[in-house]
Design a protein. Structure first.
Length: 362
């Protein structure tokens, strides 16, 4: 069977993805901000990686060594960065695969230096500071500066690339002038302590992009680590530019059942297949369709959005997604293929699921 006849399938329009990359790179360059292109959201899908590699980004990045290895095997020419703090158990691999890594622990920094010495390499590090989101990062300025000085003066196989921050990913803290200026001030303190300028001051991820676009990003911030906004053209916290494509990815699923059924389950309610209590609205008898696609493929059914007007996602089990098609613009039948837009949260699952066919459109 031809791959294009196998469902469910996820297709990336590489032309639209290139447009996103070009538009955001140019606007960031206008503000002297470079981009680290993060590919963990699509599991380093080779078609996406090759498109990023040709886009003139500062680094390609992932949080996992297996994806870095895949990019090496693809022959990328852009430098690679690990954007999760390395484990002790993987440091030799990190040094072998990545040109740079984010770091927030002095012991790990020392061990990374030793691994780089064994490999005969110099490894770049981006020291992370926690400005309130409560994920990774040195908590105090003193810790950060002490680590920077040790890297600069004693860890001879490490190069201090710069400092960075993560916001929004755990604590939902919005990037703003206050915390970005705080990062800029810390960068200045590090430079004063080590006696030279640092190359990179990384102001976060896609949720920080709006500050570059509206001109509020402090001038000292010269890098962002972008995943979501490059892939799906938008990010949380109101960053929804009008010049990006939101439909570079198309999810397709085949209808396997379509009939009228009650909208409220019949019988004694308990928990669903995932141990959760469902919430249902009694809307009477409605036309319902099942597609052969489920939570094991995309994670949260709120992250897939039907393109056909009038189609509504009601819920899902492991391998079925339940749709209300009563008000669908077109009649839905068994065997039809329905298209969905996908949010960033679903891409990592879809690109990892062995049941989903991946297609690339040039």
């Amino acid at each position: 069977m031809n791959a294009r006849d196998r469902y469910p399938q996820l297709e990336v329009d590489l032309g639209k993805l290139k447009e996103n990359l070009t538009a955001l790179r140019e606007r960031c360059q206008d503000s002297f901000v470079g981009i680290v292109g993060v590919v963990k959201g699509v599991n380093a899908w080779d078609a996406v990686v090759k498109t990023y590699d040709a886009a003139g980004l500062q680094y390609l990045a992932s949080s996992r060594c297996d994806q870095l290895r895949k990019m090496r095997e693809l022959g990328v020419t852009t430098k690679l960065m690990l954007i999760r703090i390395p484990m002790y158990s993987e440091l030799d691999e990190v040094v072998a695969l990545a040109d740079a890594s984010v770091q927030s622990d002095l012991g790990v920094l020392r061990a990374t230096d030793a691994a780089a010495a064994r490999a005969g390499k110099t490894h770049s590090v981006l020291l992370m500071i926690d400005l309130g989101d409560l994920r990774e990062g040195f908590w105090s300025a003193e810790e950060l500066i002490d680590a920077a000085v040790e890297v600069e003066t004693q860890l001879t196989h490490l190069h201090l690339l710069g400092v960075g921050v993560n916001l929004s990913c755990y604590g939902s803290i919005r990037p703003d002038k206050r915390n970005m200026q705080g990062l800029a001030s810390l960068a200045f303190e590090v430079e004063q302590a080590i006696g030279r300028p640092i190359e990179m001051v990384s102001g976060g991820a896609s949720t920080s992009t709006y500050m570059v676009l509206d001109g509020t990003m402090p001038g000292r911030i010269n890098n962002l680590r972008l995943g979501e906004i490059l892939l799906v053209g938008r990010a949380n916290y109101g960053c929804d530019p009008d010049f990006t494509n939101r439909d570079a990815f198309t999810l397709r699923a085949e209808v396997i059942e379509c009939r009228d059924k009650p909208s409220f389950p019949v019988g004694q309610l308990t928990v669903d297949a995932f141990g959760r209590v469902g919430h249902y609205e009694d809307r009477g008898i409605r036309r319902r369709a099942l597609v052969a696609l489920g939570k094991v493929d995309y994670g949260d059914c709120a992250d897939i959005v039907p393109r056909m007007p009038g189609v509504e996602v009601l819920g899902a089990s492991s391998d079925h997604t339940i749709l209300d098609v009563e008000a669908a613009k077109e009649q839905v039948r068994v065997g039809d293929v329905l298209e969905f837009d996908v949010n960033y949260g679903s891409l990592v699952n879809l690109t990892e699921s062995p049941g989903v066919t991946l297609l690339a459109k040039e």
